[in-house]
Design a protein around this ligand. Structure first.
Ligand SMILES: [Zn+2]
Length: 282
């Protein structure tokens, strides 16, 4: 059986000591992966790692919305040292040339993760400016994706109405083959339907193995628009909950998707694998 972890971070600091083993373990389990960048260093790293493999390891490049402003420090992502800590205080400007060069690499299969995240903004005095900045940077990713004809890898949290509005406004710039994937989808059925109408797909991770609020939307979505992911090192699926997540665990996600869609695990593995190959053009 072949599986696809369409959104993972096996190149983050949490895998500093064993990134190669973790990736090789995924490949040995039949799992292909897309390592997703979240700012300029993790994006570059994802591309470098993808180049080391003939097939099965790919990259996405972009700026996560929380990195468009001064953000909290996540050691699993950036590591602990002083240089890593300094990184979080700056917020990143979108450097078009830098990302364009990475985006043109044949191993880069999507642009992101990019999008809108209002989840952590609520208590901030300058949240209005941050919302504006997130939107500006997101639009630059839409334009880059258009330029290189690759799909978007979208992160959206507590911001679905604005996400849909922005994508609608830039509809003509969306990739006709496949506009993109909304990762770790946490919106409503109505949000999902609007995104479906625009051609988007959806990827689900470990949370669906232990939380039931995703069942309804998964049951509603057509099979050809469902992807599997781990978002490792975060949110490991049952029975690995509480541990560091890794790409090989995507098998548990596919099992749950199969159960919810009423198909066999074999079928679901095939469907999520082929969906990823189609959208990522592999
Ligand atoms: Zn992610």
């Amino acid at each position: 059986m072949q599986f696809f972890d369409s959104h993972t971070h096996a190149t983050f600091a949490a895998f500093e000591k064993d990134s190669k083993e973790v990736i090789d373990r995924a490949l040995a389990t039949g799992v292909w992966i897309v390592n997703v960048g979240t700012q300029k260093d993790t994006s570059k790293r994802a591309v470098e790692v993808a180049r080391e493999y003939n097939e099965g390891v790919y990259a996405a490049v972009g700026i996560h919305p929380v990195h468009t402003s001064k953000s909290y420090h996540d050691e699993d992502e950036l590591g602990g040292g002083e240089a890593a800590r300094a990184f979080t205080s700056r917020g990143e400007e979108f450097n078009h040339e830098y990302y364009l060069e990475l985006a043109r690499d044949p191993k880069v299969v999507a642009i992101g993760e990019c999008g809108l995240d209002y989840y952590r903004l609520e208590q901030r005095a300058n949240s209005k400016e941050q919302i504006e900045r997130q939107k500006e940077v997101f639009i630059k990713h839409i334009e880059l994706a258009h330029e290189v004809r690759k799909p978007l890898m979208i992160h959206c949290r507590s911001a679905f109405p604005n996400l849909v509005e922005t994508l609608k406004a830039y509809r003509l710039k969306l990739n006709a083959h496949a506009p993109g994937i909304v990762h770790f989808f946490s919106g409503t059925i109505s949000d999902a339907k609007k995104l479906l109408d625009m051609g988007f797909s959806f990827t689900f991770g470990g949370v669906i193995t232990f939380a039931r609020e995703y069942d309804e939307v998964i049951k509603m979505l057509p099979l050809e628009r469902i992807f599997s992911e781990t978002d490792a090192p975060y949110v490991a699926p049952a029975p690995h909950r509480g541990k560091r997540n890794e790409p090989a665990y995507v098998v548990e996600v596919v099992k749950k998707l199969a159960e919810l869609k009423g198909v066999s695990v074999e079928e679901m593995a095939g469907i999520t694998f082929e969906n990823a190959k189609r959208v990522f053009r592999l």
